[in-house]
Design a binder for this molecule. Structure first.
Ligand code: ZN
Length: 135
């Protein structure tokens, strides 16, 4: 676990529960098509590649690399100290599976494209927000 950031939390439903609550087992869960094996994020009810409805969440390695970085200096949420890094992480499983997240356990200056990262979680009750730290 990492230091908790005060943040708005997602509304949990059947489509997103595996993503937001799946971190309870320490792993990141992403939807995957059982027919063509492509990963999909955000969650989908049917595979846009082959139209199969055999799509369900599976754990991924949690490893990836930073594709893009934004350093936020605007105090959108007064309780969150600025600056902080918002990174777009491309998961190792598939190059077009990318998710925005916070970089933690590293100085803001460490947020650079190409940085290898691994997932960790910030727990808020049943919700486990995926964040990334240098791998
Ligand atoms: Zn498919």
């Amino acid at each position: 676990m990492t230091e908790l950031l005060p943040r708005p939390l997602p509304n949990i439903n059947e489509m997103n529960r595996d993503f937001w609550c799946g971190g309870a087992d320490g792993r990141l869960h992403i939807h995957r098509c059982g027919a063509c094996k492509r990963w999909h994020h955000p969650y989908v009810a049917a595979c846009p590649a082959c139209l199969s409805r055999d799509v369900k969440a599976e754990p991924v390695s949690g490893l990836g690399k930073v594709k893009a970085v934004t350093i936020n200096h605007q105090p959108w949420f007064p309780a969150v100290p600025v600056p902080y890094a918002v990174i777009l992480v491309e998961l190792d499983e598939q190059e077009d599976i990318r998710l925005p997240a916070n970089l933690v356990n590293a100085p803001v200056e460490a947020a650079q494209p190409g940085l290898k990262v691994k997932v960790c979680f910030q727990q808020y009750g049943d919700i486990f927000i995926p964040v990334f730290e240098p791998a």
